[in-house]
Design a protein around this ligand. Sequence first.
Ligand code: FPP
Ligand code: MG
Ligand code: MG
Length: 409
Amino acid sequence: LLPSGSVINASELLGSDLALLTSNIRRLLGSDHPVLKSVATYYFSSTGGKHIRPMLVLLIAHATSHISRHTSTKILSNIAIDSPISPNSKILFEKNQQHQSAVSNSSAADSVLPAQRRLAEITEMIHTASLLHDDVIDASLTRRSKPSVNAEYGNKMAVLAGDFLLGRASVALSRLRNVEVVELLSTVISNLVEGEFMQLRNSALKKNAGSATSVASGNNTALASPTTTSFAPSKISRQFDSDIATARFEYYLTKTYMKTASLIANSCKASALLGGCDEAVADAVYRYGRALGLAFQIVDDMLDFTVTADEMGKPVNADVKLGIATAPVLYAAQEFAELDFAIERGFKEPGDDALAIKLVHASNGIERTRQLAAAFCAEAIEAIDTVLPNSDSKTALIQITQAVLTRKN
Ligand code: FPP
Ligand code: MG
Ligand code: MG
């Protein structure tokens, strides 16, 4: 255990388990079609993303390794999980088998099982698939400081490459031979779509009256938007005002769970289950991942107003431009009633987006957003604090949570 107070470098702690992530994913994405292979592996280069999701999966694997109970699950999670998945991948398979045994002999593998390593890769593949589709939906031309896949190859290839990633992630998932884990990660995929749909309801679809009506008439109450009711300003009572504000926030948080927290929460839980942990531990790490995921996205929504495009490596002030009201705007609307109408119409009138940006900065919206994220970070730490035994991995999980509040990109 490192001395208390020291900052843990999670990448160093995870060693080869994390270092080999992108090369393993590239192997899973082998295809006889060279262009499909290039598009699908575009984001899996040495300059890839922050790998937060796989890092969490691996840290949970380490942190729970001494408290896991079900030896039979653990043994199953230790099985060889590789076999050829495309016609020409036999050679890759053999190479990967050598890699697996090399990792099995290393010290890092003492607490991370092959199935947990594969889960880490699956989470990054699902996340990347969602980004490929997201940049098409948002018409975003930069990601990670380089042209997005849609900018480089066009929308059609970006959508198909995202589907391919999901397909290969599903094959790898089914090969873990754990139906509960398959169910958790499949739920994540549908949650990602639901979250994106909830967001569209408030923005793009509203700009397109016909589609908005057809979607709004669906009978899924969980997706009912609180902002679809039109109202006249003179008739709003204070109570109605606060009900609307509460309903908007609930909707925003549900959407945020779906689009970001579900993947983090369910993959943390899946990692614990693959390690043979009991339900109490699996639930604790789920609650950790849920609160951390909410905090992470809330901070992302805040950074959209506070940092430059260069710092972010992607466009900023993007949300209001897309018609989306996130936490800073929802808080600002509680101070400046004129924002209600701009939110209602998805910032589609000229000047709505500039007004929203101005009033966010004139209000306490940014500070209150930071406080909301801080409350979720505290909830995340509390969820694991007494359940996980002290270890460097647990400390890393706590430090990653604290760092969410100070991140700049
Ligand atoms: C980024 O959000 C996007 C997401 C967190 C999820 C997007 C999900 C879909 C497009 C549904 C389809 C899902 C799959 C699995 C194919 P953002 O646009 O707020 O953030 P950004 O600034 O990084 O673009
Ligand atoms: Mg986007
Ligand atoms: Mg988006």
